[in-house]
Design a protein around this ligand. Sequence first.
Ligand code: HGY
Ligand code: MN
Ligand code: MN
Length: 415
Amino acid sequence: MSSKSETGSNLRVDGPRLLQRLAALGRIGDTGDGGARRLALSEEDRQGRLWLIAEMKAIGLTVESDKIGNIFGTLPGREPGPPIMLGSHIDTVGTGGRYDGAYGVLAGLEALAVLRDAGMTPRHSICVAAFTNEEGARFQPDMMGSCVHAGVLSLEDAYAAKDADGVSVGEAIRAIDAIGPLEPGAIKPRAYLELHIEQGPVLDSEGPTIGAVTGVQGIRWFEITLEGESNHAGTTPISYRRDPGLVASALNVEARTIADSIPDQRCTVGRMEFTPGQINVVPKRVTMTLDLRNPSDSHLDRAETHLKEFLAQTAKAHAVTYSIQETARFAATPFDERLIVAVEGAAKELGHATRRMVSGAGHDAQLIAAIAPAAMIFVPSVEGLSHNPREFTKPDDLIAGANVLLAATLRLADA
Ligand code: HGY
Ligand code: MN
Ligand code: MN
């Protein structure tokens, strides 16, 4: 590290500048209740992208983007070769907060701004990535941009994914002019570090401030369409009914029963839509989603098998037909031990205790781990809230996490 201060170990982020950028990005797609809504490839996402690119350029980074719209800002190193990559995402769910994703991208940006301000050129290049459609709220699968970057999803299949209105990723990405020239996966990182809010209650309720994340649990998403027969709510005897709403509701209850009976199992029915959705009509159709998660893939297999068998039996008993489409499948993913140790060492250097933990939420790091050593750093989410406008992390914790990211990055950037 050629610089005024040889190791950079005395460097700290500019806290107010980081908080100011977080607030500025949070105003893009501001939902007026403390949250933000920047659904992937929406107008708000377009504005967020343009803002981020301007911030990257203002710091003097080399800015590039690829054909799925992933954005990369790079601080060149003294030596040629693959960069250390930091990053996360700037898209949100529909009722999102201001920290999920944005924090990791902007803390990465802040780390590079600090190096720039200090006149430091790291041995290896350092790049900050903002991956397209991490959330999967509008287009499935989630982590779409990092899936394409890691080569586990083709650009064609990504472009073909459609939202609830039938708009494809290909149409939406063109509409916001977010297609870049780089081929997917063009920037192969030497290592990947992602700073993120925990989005769960562990650090907030038990401490400490810094989580050294050892991996991400497995994820499986399904979209289920159930077909019955619409009929009069008053004249149709129960024995005549073919009610998809009953089967959907029974599946939701069974999902909770399974979650309570398999260790570390989480099941969520996030959406259940009735058609025609009128008070006096037995529903014709129900579309619903199922989100299964577990740190153990074999436990996930058990939950998936059980719920599919339950669905088949219950649908048959009520003469309801159905189709089930898998929209995401990610194996439980361990992170790189050397990087986890670097995170723990960086935190210790800054006087922070750490705890090792598995991530409950999916993250881009889960995919980048397939092509490079990867790890994550967590900071507390107050009350464990996330995917909720009340998502909040204390400024001191945001700054502490960003300093740990900076210190860990400096260790890797000169290794
Ligand atoms: O669903 C997830 O865990 C992530 O927020 N996409
Ligand atoms: Mn996220
Ligand atoms: Mn999220």
